[in-house]
Design a protein around this ligand. Structure first.
Ligand code: GTP
Ligand code: MG
Length: 453
């Protein structure tokens, strides 16, 4: 995880483009830079140079920029080669660099290794490192903005401010521990409870923001489920705004899952249209139905679609779906084909939404209900892009703050426990920015990056 060898990788995406960037980072790259170009590069300047192979034939004319450490992305010396963007060409450039960097031990970078070095050298903290990956993976404009804010340090600042407030409180508590007779007075004088309440409120705001950020980052797995022929594929097409799934009047049309990603109000939705659920002797259809159940088991939200005209009672199927749902997954009941009804308002339970995938009736309300059900509050100014890991740490910190509150109330002999809970809350918050992070977790986080980052 913490090797010191110089590393190299293509930093741009695979494929052909105008420009392709090869990045090298290491503790001392002066010798390598000279070997590559037979001249000393001036740091932070664009140098137009030609790279030659071992026979003296030109490989590419490129722009080289040399960043002397620690004033670089990784904190080490960094050499960035802006070549022409062809995959074969970039491979040749990397090969040439590897050959000339052999003496210094130049190796191909592992996924996320550049960013890991930036983190280990104190150039960025862990939330900022994660924000780099999230910025690159962002699936909507709002997600880009959220990740960019985290990269600027907005999320880390919020966390660090909270940690600082808890530290102040701990200092007060711990300095009183030596004088037990003053405990009760301390709690009053230091306004411990008010300060704790303020910490709690900030933590709640942070949690609410992080929840929104998680929705924005991961999107929602939305599964369309129901009996055959109720119009699931038609609804997918309507939501996607194009004919992605085959629609026919024949029950059992959809066999395999059809996936389409859209955004609703900037929130990424990964919609999965499934095979209609029924007992069947058809082997292919049965396999498809198995996959429908698999999708339901992984959903964030299931739309249970029924047909307004059908006389079938959907209650059994609904009960079956409810049984298979993962925790925290909601079901939205939606009745389709209301365009065929004389009086749409008479149909179904009061909660079910009435739509027509064919005419588009009720689709806007459905979109609104989807966002409401998954807990999307609308985009707040200053939203950050959070991960499951962040939310878990915030939840755990909140639990310890809640517990500490009890000890602040009881007074007698509980200041030590009060201090202990505060310190645990702090520890979990520290995990978010990486100040207090187990090594194995670090490996896990950076291994999810792609090479060249
Ligand atoms: N009138 C009307 N017909 C609809 C509506 N939605 C779907 N249909 C029709 O219902 C039939 C079945 O639609 P699909 O979208 O294929 O239904 P499905 O639920 O995907 O069916 P399976 O893939 O077999 O499970 C087609 O003939 C559609 O044109 C609607 O809102 N109104
Ligand atoms: Mg279908």
């Amino acid at each position: 995880m913490t090797r010191k060898l110089p590393i190299i990788a293509v930093a741009t995406a695979p494929g052909r483009a105008g420009v392709g960037v090869v990045r090298i980072s290491g503790q001392n790259l002066i010798a390598l830079a000279s070997a590559l170009f037979q001249k000393k590069l001036s740091p932070r300047q664009a140098n137009l140079l030609t790279l030659f192979d071992e026979h003296g034939h030109a490989i590419d004319q490129l722009i080289a920029i040399y960043f002397a450490g620690p004033a670089s992305f990784t904190g080490e010396d960094v050499l960035e080669l802006q070549c022409h963007g062809g995959p074969e060409l970039l491979e040749l450039v990397v090969k040439r660099c590897l050959a000339l960097g052999k003496a210094e031990g130049l190796v191909i970078a592992e996924p996320g290794e550049f960013t890991l070095r930036a983190y280990l050298n104190g150039k960025i903290d862990l939330t900022q490192a994660e924000a780099i990956a999230d910025l690159i993976d962002a699936q909507s404009e709002a997600a880009v903005r959220g990740a960019a804010r985290s990269l600027q340090g907005a999320f880390s600042d919020d966390i660090n401010n909270l940690i600082e407030e808890i530290t102040q409180l701990r200092i007060l508590v711990e300095s009183t521990l030596d004088f037990p007779e003053e405990e009760i007075e301390f709690l009053e004088n230091a306004q411990a409870r008010q300060r704790l309440a303020a910490v709690k409120e900030k933590l709640n705001t942070l949690r609410a923001g992080a929840k929104q950020g998680k929705i924005l980052r991961n999107g929602i797995q939305l599964v369309l489920a129901g009996a055959p022929n109720v119009g699931k594929s038609s609804l997918l097409n309507r939501l996607a705004g194009e004919e992605v799934a085959i629609v026919t009047p024949i029950a059992g049309t959809t066999r395999d899952r059809v996936k389409e990603s859209i955004t609703i109000d900037g929130v990424p939705m990964h919609i999965i249209d499934t095979a209609g659920l029924r007992d069947t002797a058809d082997l292919v259809e049965a396999k498809g139905i198995e996959r429908s159940w698999d999708s339901i088991r992984l959903a964030d939200l299931v739309i249970f679609l029924t047909d307004a005209q059908s006389s079938d009672q959907p209650d059994d199927l609904k009960a079956q779906i409810l049984q298979e749902l993962p925790p925290k997954c909601a079901v939205l009941e939606v009745i389709n084909k209301v365009d065929l009804l004389q009086d749409p308002h008479k149909s179904g339970s009061s909660e079910a939404l009435l739509i027509s995938a064919k005419t588009g009736m009720g689709i806007d309300q459905l979109k609104r209900r989807i966002l409401e059900t998954v807990g999307w509050d609308g985009l707040q100014e200053g939203a950050i892009l959070a991960r499951r890991r962040h939310l878990d740490c915030i939840e755990r910190a909140s639990e310890h703050i809640e517990k500490s509150e009890q000890f602040a109330v009881n007074g007698n002999n509980s200041l030590e426990l009060f201090a202990e809970e505060l310190s645990l809350a702090q520890k979990h918050l520290g995990e978010i920015t990486g100040k207090l992070l187990p090594d194995d977790l670090l490996g896990k986080i950076f291994s999810q990056f792609c090479i060249g980052k």
